[in-house]
Design a protein around this ligand. Structure first.
Ligand SMILES: Cc1ncc(C[n+]2csc(CCOP(=O)(O)OP(=O)(O)O)c2C)c(N)n1
Ligand SMILES: CC(=O)[C@@H](O)[C@H](O)COP(=O)(O)O
Ligand SMILES: [Mg+2]
Length: 648
């Protein structure tokens, strides 16, 4: 395995082969940051190498966010070494870079269960550890949260407590982060807030946007490189420099490195950029900064994937991985049945070929949304707007006003960020924006921060929206064709991964009638009275229910739309069945099943209804199968629940 550790092997107490044997010189004995703080600073480089080796081995077995965590190893070590954690809270932005933090804070053994059913979370989680100061998963929240904590400490007289936010260059593009910087800059010495900009010049994809360009310029110009050397010397004398700067009412940063206009605009003291993978130096700088007060920005430059050559060379592939062989690395998938994202990716390319108005937008999820091919083929009509969901939606609204046909490819969970923009900028103005809502439903290992459970309830509230819930791959293509053909706002929601494998044949723009369901399985004529059940299924639940439907000898309607609902079909089913069962991969509260109840209530139809969906609680992480079982949505549970209900 090509990690830094290879070179350091001689310094360790033996061969390092397996994750669960601990032949490490230091790592095996570190069960909390207190153990870490007993080490001499000279020991830290080797500890960092051991951590890297451990992370690669461990994540190769569990899957997880590898490249970001490798880049942030020194940050995690240095922060726990210098600050008094957990009393001094560290808030990790997104939280996908915090594996070293987890290992150092008593979860080394538990890393074998990372993201597994019943195991530890892939992100910081307050209920998991007192060291996880703030639960995360979504980007750009860290500065707000750490500022809130800092102000709470100030108000409670805990004036010595430090509060650290670690935010990536990608996460910094999120509007929330900028809002928080604006607020943070107006606080002065009352608080102790350290904002660490962890700049690896990468998001999931290569970085985009003006901010990223300027950060890169700042880090790479010859002028800066000189300043960087100077800043190395200066930073070690920082306290006196700070006092000097204050006396002359100047920003300390002006003496440390070229002024960074972003941070100076927000009145924040800025230091750096410094090498965030140089642990000895990082520790010294943090020790110096710790003697200060007020909101401070420290800009550190790190390498995404650091220490594992394959990840350094291809940070996008190694951003999030599933099980892989560390020697061979992640292998390209052999072509197999397309995922729903692939169906979308192919559709948007075909559409753009035919229609010059087609325009695709992603808020920083090019690969996950399968837009890479589109980006290559239609660069002028593709925009990765960075981690800016709100902007992505209103930008699409503007494009629609200008006569383009925008398609926003957005994960269900991240669309939540843009609730107001979807309502106020798109729905209210009846603009023809297509939302390709990916990861609609249970996503598995990422867990509660990423399950897409609220989108049906959200989109179906907005007047004038058409909400498609395609049940399989071909239905997905049909839904996209139809959505694109409309002159009103639409959302097509589909789940993560693959469907039942239905061949995609609707490749010539075929459309479906709006608000019309299809009967997928006819209720057998010979089912006795009192036992007649009809399922009204939304989206992928249609094929997932097939076995239960067979076992129960029930009927099944693929509703196709969560809005408008097929009123006729619902009322007809109500007349024919003894029990209606609505089924959706989303929350029951406000979901499509609730829509069915609204139709029945309006028509005074009296029929028992069982609503299947995600119950009113946050779903943990784990395997998709286990989570379906947990929600009572697997075949056995559905059969049992329906049978019990019929008995009543
Ligand atoms: C609101 C939101 N949008 C999108 C994502 C998906 N996402 C997770 S990490 C990431 C890139 C973050 O880049 P950066 O902050 O620079 O961290 P790095 O991965 O480089 O360590 C993105 C886009 C997210 N978690 N939250
Ligand atoms: C941390 C984060 O938000 C992303 O990396 C996310 O985990 C990607 O999810 P998918 O694997 O479903 O694309
Ligand atoms: Mg980054």
């Amino acid at each position: 395995m090509s990690t830094d550790l290879k070179e350091k092997k001689t310094e360790t107490a033996g061969e390092i082969n397996a994750r669960d044997a601990y032949p490490y010189r230091f790592l095996g004995a570190i069960n909390s940051p207190e153990d870490l703080r007993k080490l001499s600073s000279a020991d830290l480089p080797l500890l960092a190498a051991e951590l890297r080796h451990f992370i690669v081995n461990s994540v190769s077995q569990t899957g997880g966010h590898l490249a970001s965590s490798l880049g942030a190893v020194e940050l995690a070590v240095a922060l726990h070494y210098v600050f008094n954690t957990p009393d001094d809270p560290i808030v990790w932005d997104v939280g996908h870079q915090a594996y070293a933090h987890k290992i150092l804070t008593g979860r080394r053994e538990a890393m074998a269960t990372l993201r597994q059913t019943g195991g530890i979370s892939g992100f910081p989680k307050r209920s998991e550890s007192p060291y996880d100061a703030f639960g995360t998963g979504h980007a750009s929240t860290s500065v707000s949260a750490a500022l809130g904590m800092a102000v709470a400490s100030y108000l409670q007289g805990a004036t010595e407590r430090w509060h650290v936010a670690v935010i990536g260059d990608g996460a910094l593009t999120g509007g929330m982060a900028i809002e928080a910087l604006n607020d943070a800059g107006s606080w002065k010495d009352q608080i102790r807030l350290l904002i660490i900009l962890n700049d690896n010049n990468y998001s999931i994809s290569a970085p985009v946007g003006a901010l990223s360009k300027n950060l890169t310029k700042l880090v790479s110009t010859p002028a800066f490189l000189g300043a960087r050397e100077r800043s190395k010397q200066v930073l070690s004398h920082l306290p006196s420099l700070w006092e000097f700067a204050k006396r002359f009412e100047k920003q300390a940063m002006n003496f440390v490195s070229p002024p960074s206009s972003l941070f100076s605009t927000f009145d924040l003291n800025y230091f750096g950029p410094i090498d965030g993978n140089d642990i000895s130096y990082l520790v010294r700088v943090l020790q110096n900064l710790k003697t200060q007060r007020g909101p401070i920005v420290l800009h550190v430059v790190t390498k995404k994937g650091k220490g594992y050559e394959l990840a350094e060379a291809d940070p996008t592939t190694y951003h999030g991985v599933s099980h892989f062989d560390p020697e061979a690395g992640v292998q390209a998938k052999k072509s197999s049945a397309p995922t729903f994202s692939n169906v979308f990716g192919r559709w948007i390319c075909d559409t753009a070929e035919k229609d010059p108005r087609a325009y695709a937008i992603t808020p920083a999820m090019t690969e996950g949304s399968d837009l890479d091919e589109f980006a290559k083929r239609f660069p002028k009509r593709f925009r990765d707007v960075a981690i800016a969901e709100q902007h992505s939606v209103t930008y699409a609204a503007g494009l629609a006003c200008g006569g383009m046909k925008p398609v926003v490819a957005i994960y269900s969970t991240f669309a939540q960020r843009a609730y107001d923009q979807i309502e106020h900028d798109v729905a209210l103005q009846h603009l023809p924006v297509v939302f390709a809502v990916d990861r609609g439903g249970i996503v598995g290992a990422d867990g509660p921060t990423h399950h897409g459970l609220f989108d049906i309830a959200c989109f179906r509230q907005f007047p004038g929206f058409t909400v498609f819930t395609p049940s399989d791959e071909n239905e997905c293509r049909l839904a996209l064709n139809t959505a694109y053909s409309l002159d009103t706002p639409t959302a097509v929601r589909y789940p993560r991964g693959k469907g039942p494998g239905t061949p995609v044949t609707a490749v010539n723009g075929e459309t479906i009638p709006i608000g019309k369901s299809v009967e997928a399985v006819r209720l057998p004529d010979d089912v006795p009275e009192g036992q007649q059940v009809i399922f009204l299924a939304f989206g992928a639940m249609t094929w997932r229910l097939m076995d239960a439907v067979k076992q129960l000898r029930a009927g099944l309607i693929d509703m196709r739309f969560a809005k408008p609902l097929d009123r006729e079909a619902i009322l007809d089913a109500a007349r024919r069945a003894d029990l209606l069962v609505t089924a959706e991969e989303g929350v029951i509260e406000g979901g499509a099943g609730d829509g069915v109840l609204e139709v029945l209530a309006e028509a005074d139809a009296e029929v028992p209804v069982l609503q299947l969906g995600v119950p009113d609680r946050f779903l943990p992480h784990g395997s998709i199968d286990a989570l379906f079982r947990l929600c009572g949505l697997d075949t056995d549970s559905v059969v049992r629940r329906v049978t019990e209900r019929l008995r009543k």
